[in-house]
Design a protein around this ligand. Structure first.
Ligand code: 13P
Length: 269
């Protein structure tokens, strides 16, 4: 059975003190739920403070993005080795927000704002490979927009994103890659993908991995669901055969809610 992994993506929330406090409330989960991998992904600015709280525990420290170059004149970017240097062991790449694909753009989110988030399948692939070279566990997000779903393109879009993200990767490095199915329209909207459909699309993603790397790799690949995961729907989602964890946004900012989600999985007891 695949080991479940629950990650909290704090997005652009939490000043240092707030992050430290939230981490202090959650650090015990590592010992309390030893059969589940747990990661907290604060913004870059809170990584060190949160890392100090998590040090010595089984709860892992994650970042929300990474650049693919090792060093150089790349103002504003953060290299994989810089994350490792401060104790980060997990990184999210290809989040729909980093790709400029928002489920509910805020009213002031015009084209200038959206163009700022320019990840493509190609840059996601570069980030994923660089992160793996540095030894980081990678959570790579894929998912369709509402327009793509309504056009009947869901399977094609997620398959293309998986192929793009994993292109050129050696199968031997895949054990530390986690895929996250995050339907864009379900992120931060309160609309969860129906459990049966979430499991089906995770199956499509698993199939795409199988075509690329063979059935053993596909069977071993951990695939999370993300998009309005809450304590109320977590158990049902995590019980699905193709869903091996959750990538949690809003609910990961509330200690009790995130802890309840971590404990909701079939192997948590
Ligand atoms: P919500 O849980 O807030 O919908 O966010 C999901 C997400 O984007 C996690 O990466």
């Amino acid at each position: 059975m695949r080991r479940q992994i629950i990650a909290g993506n704090w997005k652009m929330h939490m000043l240092t003190d707030e992050g430290r406090e939230l981490a202090e409330a959650l650090v015990g989960l590592g010992a309390e739920v030893p059969n589940v991998d747990v990661a907290l992904c604060p913004p870059y600015t809170a990584l060190t403070a949160v890392g100090a709280v998590l040090a010595g525990s089984k709860v892992r420290l994650g970042a929300q993005d990474v650049f693919w170059k090792e060093k150089g004149a790349y103002t504003g970017q953060v290299a994989p080795s810089m994350l490792v240097d401060i104790g980060v062991s997990v990184v999210i790449v290809g989040h729909s927000e980093s790709r400029g694909r928002f489920g509910v753009p805020e009213p002031d989110m015009d084209d200038v704002v959206l163009a700022h988030f320019g990840d493509s399948d190609r840059t996601v692939n570069l980030k994923l490979k660089a992160a793996r070279r540095a030894g980081l566990t990678v959570i790579c997000c894929v998912g369709e927009t509402l327009a793509e779903r309504e056009a009947g393109d869901t399977d094609r879009v997620v398959t293309r994103q998986v192929e793009g993200a994993l292109a050129g990767l050696d199968a031997s490095t895949l054990d530390e890659v986690v895929l996250a199915y995050e339907p864009v329209w379900a992120i931060g909207t309160g609309k969860t993908c129906q459990t049966v459909e979430a499991d089906r699309v995770c199956g499509v993603i698993r199939q795409a991995v199988g075509v690329l790397f063979g059935s053993d790799c596909a069977e071993a690949m951990r695939i999370q669901y993300g998009g309005s995961v809450k304590p109320a729907n977590a158990a049902e989602l995590l019980a699905c055969p193709n869903i091996d964890g959750a990538l949690v946004g809003g609910a990961s900012l509330v200690a009790a809610d995130f802890a309840a989600i971590v404990k909701a999985g079939p192997t948590a007891a």
